[in-house]
Design a protein around this ligand. Sequence first.
Ligand SMILES: [Zn+2]
Length: 48
Amino acid sequence: MAVCEVCGNDYEMSFEVVAQGARHTFDSFECAIHKMAPVCEHNARQPR
Ligand SMILES: [Zn+2]
């Protein structure tokens, strides 16, 4: 189990996404999209 880093929900079916070498934990794809989409849509804003 892990806590979603977007909404803070402690969910037993949570999953992890690794992006740019960083590991992110989410309870749903909705939260994952909320967290990850800005990185994809506005990639130029993200320092590498
Ligand atoms: Zn969440």
